[in-house]
Every structure is written in C-alpha cells, then in structure tokens.
Design a binder for this molecule. Structure first.
Ligand code: GDP
Ligand code: GDP
Length: 436
C-alpha cells in the first residue's frame, strides 16, 4: 500500500513508545523506564478523520549517541527518516532542551522533511515557558502533549493530517492509474472501450473528438486499475482555442496523476514531436512508460518494418530505452492480451522493492568487475546502496565524494541492477549522498 509515513524520532525516554502505542491504539512496543529498551523499528497503521498513514517508531534509538549505535542501526534510522513524509521530533517538555535534542535536530534537518516538535509529558497545568525555546530549532510546528495522560492527542493527529499532502497517495481504492496518451486519432478511446467492453466514449474518425480526460475503473486479473483517457495532443500552432489548450493541459495533468503512461503511437504516422515532448515529461516525472504502436493491421509490412519502426522510436525517445515497445491493433484485437500482461509486469516493476542485502551484493560485484572512477589519485568509494522508495524506485547511494560519481558510472550501476531485475518500463532515480 502506498501511504504516507510519519516517523517518531527523539532521544530515549522522552515517550516515543508510549506515544506510538497511544496513536496506534494497542500495545506493541515494550515501554520500559530503561534507556534504549526498545530497539527495533515498529510500524503500524493509524487512521484519523478518514485519512490513513503509517506511523514508524525508531525505538529507543538515540541518533545523537554515536558510541552506542553501530552502523547497521544507524543506517536503519537514516532509512526510516529518508522514507518519511513527516517527522515527529519528540522531546521531554518538562525538562526543556537537552544537548542531545540539539544534536538530533541537526541530524534531522539534513533530511529536509516537515518536522513537528512534540513536547511530551506536559501532563497538567500550564505550558512551561521554556517550551518555547524549542522554536529556535526552526522546525515547522510545535505541540504540547501528554502521551501517558492522552492529552492533546487529537490535536496532534489533526496537525499530522494537515501536514501531509494526501493527494500524492493512493485513495481508498488501491488501483494503479494508467494514463493513455497519444495524438488525436491514435486509438486511445478505441483501446479504452475495448478494455471496458462498452461504448463509453464516442469514437470517430475526426481528430479531437474526445476532449477531456475521463477516468474509468477497470479490473484485470483481480487487480484494479484506473484508465485515464486523455484528449489528443495538438501541435502548438494549432492550439487555437481555449478548449484545445485546456485539452492539452489535461494531458499533462493526466501524466501527473498517473503511475503508468501508456503511449499510443499511430503506426501510420509514427512518433511526432508532441509525442516526444509528452513522453519526455513523463520520463522526467519518473512515470512508468509503455509504448504501444497501434493500427499495426493497416501497415504494409516486410521483414524489416517492425525493426525500422522500433529504431525510429528508440531514436526519437532515446531517453526512455527502458520502455517496452509493443505492436498492436485495437481494431483487430491483436496482441491486446500481450499488452495487458505487459501492463501487469510494468505495474509490478514500478512497485518492486529490492532488498538492501541483494543490492549491496550487486554493488560489490559491480565494483569488482569495473572499479569506481578516480580523479587526481582519489578514488570514488560507494559505501552502501539501499532502495528508499518504490513507485518510482529510488536508490540512495552513500559515497565518499559526490564529485567523483560520474553519470556513466551510475548508468553502469543501473545496468548491473537491471541484469538481476529487468525492471522493464521503469526508470531509476539515484540519490547520491556523501557520508563523512
Ligand atoms: P522512549 O524511550 O521514547 O521509547 O520512551 P518511553 O515510551 O519508553 O517512555 C519513557 C518513560 O516516560 C516511561 O516511563 C513512560 O511511562 C514515561 N512517559 C511517557 N509519556 C509520558 C507522559 O506523557 N507523561 C509522563 N509523566 N511520563 C511519560
Ligand atoms: P483517439 O482520438 O486517440 O481517441 O482515437 P480513436 O479511438 O477515436 O480512433 C480514431 C480512429 O482510428 C477510429 O476511426 C478508430 O476506429 C481507428 N482505429 C483505432 N484503432 C485502430 C486499429 O488498431 N487499426 C485501425 N485500422 N484503425 C484503428
């Protein structure tokens, strides 16, 4: 499930586990009055006013205490912070600022996430003046609560909800959104109608008949999808009236709101400039991409026709070599089953999560076969790789010096990963960070 992650951070004994248990409504982590008792990361789902998020507890991990923490645990916390959409920085409100709090503040500031300071243990009476000292950390908000006394927890939940952009996440229906894109007359409406098995849209031979993006729910192999049929794209100088501009903008919106972009190319026309432009946009937003060449039934074919067409597409859309190409005919129902299987594969790829252990084995092997680049006697060191996000997959690389990481070496890393996981249809994001 794709839900926002809210992470509890703070030094030991401030009440993170107590708060975690209160918010998820059950006893999960062991709460003890001994420093560092709860060590594991715990996750659970929290629902509030119709919204859902994952609450993650980093346990009694004191990220400021470098002696106690071994590297493994530290990277676990780093990963948790990196993945989170919101950080709850829990502090002891009775005690006020502790030097460890400042260290933790410096640590979490690096992640550039929204942060709410949760001043715990304000059980009764008025809010102590020293609480306002916490504002000096410069985070987004502060709230006083009592986890044990269940005070102000509703306000805290309201605040959490208000800090999360839920539009970025799946709604209640767990469905993959597929935008069907292509110039007018490519066969978009025909494909949607074919899949839905009904004449939901008017299909005509006049370019631009379907002007708006229409969402349709569709099921295949017990999986839910939303098909977004977009109005055709027009060339710039042909955008003459508002409706057409609007239709064009809708296409970009459809890409934004989708996970998979299915590009329909009219085989009788080939890849147009507009196709390339919108495909580039989809690529830059790291959408999964499938290219379907439609109307294959009316193309005069010899042995090289398919190969030439494929080469032309690869040339014009050279940024998306990972995107599979399939030749179909919606009218004749040719290879539509293959297309549907391809959608399923790409959907799975987009949501793949590769285990950190496996990634690091691939990394070690890759470095052995092709040593990292060096400059002026200094060699690039890659300490660690981890996938920190799915849909789209995002990989975090910790290196000694970012300047030494070349694009070509990242490309090489990508290819090494793809040898093990083809991840067809899916582009990679690499986040290269320095570790001191
Ligand atoms: P953690 O180290 O952040 O996981 O902190 P714990 O949840 O284990 O709590 C540490 C101690 O603080 C426990 O003895 C809790 O009972 C106590 N505690 C937690 N929340 C509150 C609170 O709101 N008020 C008071 N007075 N004590 C609390
Ligand atoms: P849209 O503008 O992209 O939505 O395209 P439509 O679905 O309206 O299709 C435009 C025209 O192309 C219609 O006349 C369709 O019947 C025709 N068409 C769609 N798919 C195919 C195909 O696979 N082969 C052939 N020959 N014609 C097709």
């Amino acid at each position: 499930m794709n839900a926002p992650i809210v992470t509890l951070v703070g030094r030991t004994n401030v009440g993170k586990s107590t708060l975690f248990n209160k918010l998820v409504g059950k006893r999960k982590a062991i709460t003890e009055d001994v420093n560092g008792v709860t060590r594991d990361r715990v996750y659970d789902k929290v629902e509030w006013t119709g919204h859902e998020f994952i609450l993650a507890d980093t346990g009694g991990l004191d990220i400021s205490n470098k002696d106690i923490m071994n590297q493994e645990v530290k990277s676990q916390v780093e990963k948790a912070l990196f993945e989170s959409d919101l950080i709850l920085f829990v502090v002891d409100g009775r005690e006020g600022i502790n030097p460890h709090d400042s260290d933790i503040a410096n640590e979490i500031r690096k992640y550039n996430k929204k942060v709410i300071i949760v001043a715990n243990k304000i059980d009764r009476g008025k809010i102590p003046d020293h609480l306002y000292d916490f504002y000096k950390f410069g985070f987004d908000d502060l709230i006083a609560i009592s986890a044990e006394g269940s005070k102000n927890l509703g306000d805290l939940l309201d605040k959490i909800i208000s800090f999360i952009d839920f539009s970025k996440f799946d709604t209640d229906l767990d469905a993959t959104r597929i935008a069907i894109i292509g110039k007018p007359n490519a066969g978009k409406s025909s494909l949607v109608n074919y899949l839905l098995n009904e004449d939901r849209m008017i299909v005509t031979n006049i370019a631009g008949t379907t002007r708006d993006a229409i969402d349709s729910y569709w099921q295949y192999n017990n999986k839910n999808y939303v098909l977004i049929d977009t109005a055709g794209l027009r060339r710039k100088n042909k955008v003459i009236d508002n409706i057409e501009y609007y239709a064009n903008q809708r296409t970009f919106d459809a890409v934004d709101s989708s996970e998979i972009c299915l590009f329909l190319i009219d085989a009788t026309v080939g890849v147009t400039e507009q196709d390339a432009k919108i495909a580039g946009y989809a690529h830059n937003r790291n959408k999964a991409i499938i290219i379907a060449v439609n109307k294959w039934d009316i193309v005069k074919k010899d042995t090289n026709t398919m190969k030439n067409m494929e080469m032309d597409i690869r040339n014009k859309l050279s940024f998306a070599l990972y995107a599979p190409i399939i030749f179909i005919s919606v009218l004749k129902g040719q290879r539509i089953t293959d297309l549907l299987n391809l959608i399923e594969i790409v959907d799975n790829n987009y949501h793949t999560r590769i285990k950190t252990g496996i990634l690091n084995t691939i990394l070690q092997d890759a470095i052995m076969m092709n040593p990292t680049p060096q400059d002026k006697g200094k060699r690039l060191k890659i300490f660690y790789i981890s996938q920190v996000q799915t849909a789209p997959p995002k990989f975090l690389l910790y290196v000694n010096d970012r300047q030494l990481m070349h694009f070509s070496y990242l490309r090489y890393m990508e290819n090494q990963i793809r040898q093990n996981y083809s991840l067809k249809g899916v582009s990679f994001i690499f986040d290269v960070r320095e570790r001191k």
